[in-house]
Design a binder for this molecule. Structure first.
Ligand code: AMP
Ligand code: ZN
Length: 464
């Protein structure tokens, strides 16, 4: 399997630490508001990687956190805790907010057929882990107390900016998000591991620690949860590209300083979903969610289909024209599949041939668009029987998860269909074959096949 590794900025052969086994960590959502369709795009990318690894035979353990404390309104150390802010706005307590948005997150996560990771852990359930790591970092001289907070000392590392091309001198205060002025810091790149003083008054959730009552910084959460569940070595760690700096940069710094060795070999980052004004973001207010797309009449899986037709490392623009066309293309594809007759015996050679091609596309840094094109090639291939085609599509769908073999819900009821058949017959009498054909095609897209018999036109619902 070839995978782009943000750490080396190259496509590399994927080789896990332990043969046949993969430990894979995904940075989970901050549950202060709904996850927008951009966030869900990232989780679809991770889901495809997870399922591809399983498909080619790896035993995968996937871990994901739920950020319910400590993520400030910036990705760095300034602003308020997003959870606290949201609780204030909605007049609820923080844990209610976390529970509410966690549930809503998993509804949308599931609507696009993402598999829930084996381990899902809220940040508030790992306070002991953070304290343990921070204590050791202080002992080892990598962390210091200043102004009541505990900071990570980035000057103690030989290479802090492993994941990025940043140079120290470029990290000017305010020049980019993630760099702010904090007079408690020895170096401006230092970051908070544990807060006690700043933002303390408004913080609802706080815990006893050797440094006083306080709460963890956002970055330490993922190190704590990942090391707790995944051990000292992890194969893949990922998120959206905005996580590269400062979040993942800081995770590497503190985890490797704590462990005393390299921690994660492959860093996997999904590019953003953009809307016409730029990057889709939660702070934009009117959040477009997968559930909202569904309410508007789109199949959530046509959104997944749209994501899979582009590469995870390319930006993807969302607008309703694209969404409409992906809905139509997705429905057409499903309809074509539903018309395949399940005849013949399994043609093992053909199965192996197409399956190998499918794997080759995915192993090329998850080329899902080529994997999708392969389905169209398969549908066109007249040398392959229906049964083999269906078996292949069933198999591919273990990774794609587009419900390609699931029957469409019948949208038309009997009376509507009969009325359309009558209009079609009238059109034929008038020799308006264009209209007659378009009625037939419209019904066919909904899985309703018209049968012209001597007794008149009847219909059949595909698959029934
Ligand atoms: P958050 O809940 O803000 O921590 O974000 C959850 C995940 O979504 C993170 O992995 C982010 O990197 C990712 N993300 C944020 N915005 C976008 C976007 N517009 N497109 C794709 N992924 C995003
Ligand atoms: Zn994280």
């Amino acid at each position: 399997m070839k995978l782009y590794n943000t750490l080396s900025r190259k496509i590399e052969d994927f080789i896990p630490n332990e043969e046949g086994k993969v430990k894979f960590y995904t940075c989970g959502p901050t549950v202060y508001s709904d996850a927008h369709i951009g966030n869900i795009r990232s989780y679809i990318g991770h889901d495809i990687l997870d399922k591809t690894l399983r498909y080619i035979g790896y035993d995968v353990t996937r871990i994901m956190n739920i950020t319910d404390v400590g993520h400030l309104t910036s990705d760095s150390d300034y602003g308020d805790d997003k959870m606290v802010e949201s609780a204030k706005k909605e007049n609820k307590n923080v844990m209610d907010i976390a529970g509410y948005y966690t549930d809503r997150f998993f509804i949308d996560f599931d609507l696009v057929n993402n598999k829930v990771p084996e381990i899902v852990s809220p940040a508030t359930s790992h306070i002991d882990d953070y304290i343990k790591i921070i204590t050791k970092l202080i002992e080892k001289g990598y962390a210091y107390e200043s102004g009541g907070n505990i900071y990570f000392d980035t000057s103690k590392l030989t290479e802090y900016y492993q994941l990025t091309n940043h140079k120290e001198e470029e990290m000017l205060i305010g020049a980019r998000e993630g760099v702010d002025k904090d007079s408690n810091k020895k170096n401006q790149a230092d970051f908070v591991l544990w807060f006690t003083k700043s933002k303390f008054d408004s913080q609802e959730l706080k815990w006893e620690s050797p440094w006083g009552m306080g709460y963890p910084g956002w970055h330490i959460e993922c190190s704590g949860i990942c090391i707790h569940h995944g051990g000292e070595y992890i194969d893949i760690h990922g998120g959206g590209v905005d996580n590269i700096f400062p979040h993942h940069t800081n995770e590497i710094a503190q985890s490797e300083a704590y462990l005393g060795h390299k921690w994660c070999n492959y860093w996997f980052h999904n590019e953003h979903l953009m809307d016409e004004t730029g990057k889709m973001s939660k702070s934009d207010g009117a959040t477009l969610t997968v559930s909202k797309l569904k309410e508007k009449g789109y199949d959530p899986l046509s959104y997944r289909f749209m994501c899979l037709n582009s590469h995870y490392r390319k930006q993807l623009v969302f607008n309703y024209t694209i969404s409409n066309s992906s809905e139509q293309t997705y429905k057409k594809l499903k309809n074509r599949i539903s018309l395949i007759k399940d005849d013949g015996e399994l043609d093992e050679d053909a199965f192996a041939f197409y399956n190998k091609k499918f794997i080759t596309h995915l192993e090329a840094d998850l080329n899902t668009a080529n994997a999708m094109t392969l389905i169209y090639d398969l549908l066109k291939n007249e040398l392959i029987n229906g049964h083999t085609k269906l078996e292949l599509i069933k198999s591919f769908d273990k990774v794609l998860s587009l419900d390609l073999l699931k029957k469409e819900e019948l949208r038309e009821d009997h009376d509507d269909i009969i009325a359309l058949i009558k209009s079609r017959n009238n059109a034929k009498k008038r020799k308006d074959f264009e209209l007659a054909d378009s009625i037939r095609d419209e019904l066919s897209e909904k899985g309703i096949v018209l049968l012209d018999t001597r007794e008149g036109t009847t219909y059949k619902v595909v698959g029934e």
